[in-house]
Design a protein around this ligand. Structure first.
Ligand code: ATP
Length: 313
């Protein structure tokens, strides 16, 4: 069965184990994180093949990222470079708000080049998944995303796009035209309820915004609404999914688990209602333990949570 392929930057993640300002921490946990590889892991956890294409430094952090992804069963296609692997630092401020700071300017992700793309891997996949983070890293990283999309479209492979606008990486004025351009080439678009206005500024409510995105030629527009669940607009029909109530420990990565699960179900040929239900369950579970991808559920976790068979392959 063909699976998902994605391209992007994965970083070493230094995560404060306790709540409080970073300056009061005495140690940091060493993990990894990156929106695209988080989604690839979520797909793998559900038993579906997933591949990641990227760049890493030729250093211990790069080894950590590569071995972790391989250990999760992700098919890794990596170029190792002399540029140090990028780092992300995550702290939970008093009151529980999560703050993320990147140390990635000029990092391996911004060196991504269309030459890094393995055409056979993309053309042989069922879905290419990209996010709005990679094109923010550099001109060549943006070129790489567009080149991957062209390969996929040329081979008849579905293109999935998670908007994932990161204001710390680029301002709305720079981001909007690029994100718009990628969305117009995608079959499936995931967009946060806090981002959708960026791409559909003239529409005055969420439904009108989703319709405006669909008019770009997007087959499935999926709006992620955090603790309010999600909606999908497909063939002019709106399908709503409530959130599953959970005790949130770490909200980061819910969107990646959600997108990965939705796409795993799409690859399995499941109807939209099931795609959304599995995605909402995986998104909810992803918030229940610390880590950007660690809580993405396996088939068994999901079956236990939903009390049903889950995606079994
Ligand atoms: P992130 O960027 O932190 O990964 P996101 O903003 O892209 O997340 P969210 O809307 O926060 O995405 O989460 C994706 C999905 O996960 C939601 O649509 C919802 O189904 C589920 N989810 C997220 N937060 C919660 C929550 N607190 N309770 C239940 N389900 C949640």
């Amino acid at each position: 069965m063909t699976g998902l392929v994605t391209v992007g930057e994965t970083m070493a993640l230094l995560s404060a184990p306790g709540e409080g300002h970073l300056r009061h921490q005495r140690s940091l946990d060493l993990r990894i994180g990156g929106a695209e590889s988080n989604a690839a892991i979520a797909v793998r956890r559900l038993g579906t093949p997933a591949a990641w294409i990227g760049r890493l430094g030729r250093d211990g952090m790069g080894d950590l990222v590569e071995s972790t992804l391989r250990g999760e069963g992700v098919d890794v296609h990596v170029v190792r470079t002399d540029t140090p692997t990028s780092i992300m630092v995550k702290e939970r401020r008093p009151g529980g708000a999560t703050h993320v700071r990147y140390y990635r300017r000029g990092g391996p992700g911004s060196e991504l080049s269309p030459r890094d793309l393995d055409e056979a891997v993309i053309a042989g996949a069922g879905i290419l998944h990209v996010t709005g983070i990679t094109p923010a890293l550099s001109a060549s990283a943006a070129e790489t995303v567009f080149a991957a999309i062209e390969i996929a479209r040329g081979a008849g492979v579905d293109v999935s796009f998670d908007v994932n606008w990161r204001p710390t990486l680029w301002a709305a004025t720079d981001a909007t035209p690029v994100l718009h351009e990628i969305a117009s080439r995608a079959d499936v678009v995931f967009v946060g309820d806090d981002e959708v206005e960026l791409l559909a500024p003239r529409a005055d409510n969420e439904l009108a915004q989703a319709h405006a995105l669909a008019r770009l030629g997007v087959r499935e527009v999926v709006v992620k609404r955090g603790a309010r669940g999600a909606v999908a607009l497909l063939d002019d029909v709106l399908v709503e999914q409530d959130a599953f109530p959970v005790r949130v420990v770490d909200p980061v990565g819910a969107g990646d688990a959600f997108a990965g699960a939705y796409l795993a179900e799409l690859l399995a040929g499941s109807p939209v209602e099931q795609r959304l239900r599995t995605a909402a369950a995986c998104g909810a579970l992803a918030t229940t333990i610390v880590g950007d991808w660690e809580a993405a559920p396996t088939v068994d976790d999901l079956a236990t949570f939903l009390g049903g068979p889950g995606v079994r392959r």
